[in-house]
Design a protein around this ligand. Structure first.
Ligand code: ASP
Length: 301
């Protein structure tokens, strides 16, 4: 039995509070496993806990798009390749639970935008505003800087959509959350949830809800990624990591994927579990928040 969670990769601030939140989520997920619960329940519980914690970029407190909206992406995937995800969904508290409903209740994999919200309402998800004051202030500051010619370095073309002329790199806002678990029936599950990249264009979909990009599970393992979504999509990072676990351990597979990511200047982090229940984690950013519990023993960054 094992659960591993991440809380994003990048230059992380307010580390101790985030560590606390991450450990709590990990413990909650592990408790589900310990009580005989399934890996999907464990992953969902852990991710919900992180979505509800405003310190992370998912659910409540998600980062905002350039027009001040919280457009949320989330996915959950099982090792039999069943997958559900939502992209650019607004007005829900726990996108990971809506993603699970897509998996369980529809013939589809990804629901997006307004229709995803309508689908959520049909299944009883109440209207909810995940936008926090802190994120609004961050956006106001970001737009001010953008107008002065400073754009986030992962969005060099953003200036075309706003009145500005120079591009100077300022700040990255990470904090996406994810979890992978293996239960005592050896079922592997992965889940990820995010508000996307700070100041992204409206309608942008990142790697998180795309099976094989930010989230993937197969009989070889389970993987959740965080970092620069556009780059992660191009590399199909979660899928190549899972495929590598056919032969390699989770840690070896993560190391291999990070080598590839670094070659393509893809700033990211990954967590993984292989079919034998080994953990893998790594990042090529200054930091990644992670925690896992294996056989009752907690480890964390
Ligand atoms: N991967 C997420 C995205 O691009 C962001 C992150 O992990 O911080 O939407």
């Amino acid at each position: 039995m094992l659960i591993i969670v991440h809380g994003g990769a990048g230059e992380i601030k307010r580390v101790s509070k985030r560590r606390e939140g991450l450990i709590k989520a990990c413990q909650l997920g592990y408790l589900v496993l310990k009580n005989g619960g399934s890996a999907i329940d464990a992953v969902e519980h852990a991710v919900i806990e992180l979505e509800d914690n405003p310190l992370f970029n998912a659910g409540t407190g998600a980062t905002l798009s350039i027009n001040g909206e919280a457009e949320l992406d989330a996915a959950i995937m099982l090792d039999d390749l069943k997958c559900g995800s939502v992209a650019c969904i607004k007005g829900v508290k726990n996108p990971v639970s809506v993603a699970r409903k897509v998996l369980e209740e529809t013939d589809h994999i990804i629901l997006a935008g307004k229709e995803a919200t309508k689908f959520a309402r049909k299944f009883g998800f109440k209207p909810y505003n995940p936008i926090t004051r802190k994120r609004k202030i961050a956006l106001e500051r970001g737009i001010k800087e953008l107008k002065m010619g400073k754009a986030p370095k992962y969005l060099p073309k953003l200036k075309r959509f706003i009145d500005s002329s120079r591009t100077v790199s300022v700040r990255d806002e990470y904090g996406t959350v994810g979890a992978c678990a293996i239960d005592n029936h050896k079922r592997l599950v992965s889940g990820t949830s995010t508000g996307g990249m700070f100041m992204h264009l409206p309608g942008r979909v990142g790697d998180t809800p795309i099976p094989g990009a930010g989230t993937y599970a197969s009989k070889s393992g389970a993987v959740s990624c965080t970092g620069h979504g556009e780059c992660i999509i191009k590399l199909c990072l979660a899928k190549i990591t899972c495929d590598a676990m056919e032969k390699l351990s989770a840690q070896e597979a993560v190391n291999r994927s990070l080598k590839i990511a670094t070659k393509y200047k893809c700033r990211c982090g990954l967590i993984a579990i292989d079919k034998s229940g080994n953990v893998g984690l790594g990042f090529n950013t200054p930091q990644m928040l992670w925690a896992y519990i294996k056989d009752d023993k907690l480890n964390h960054f």
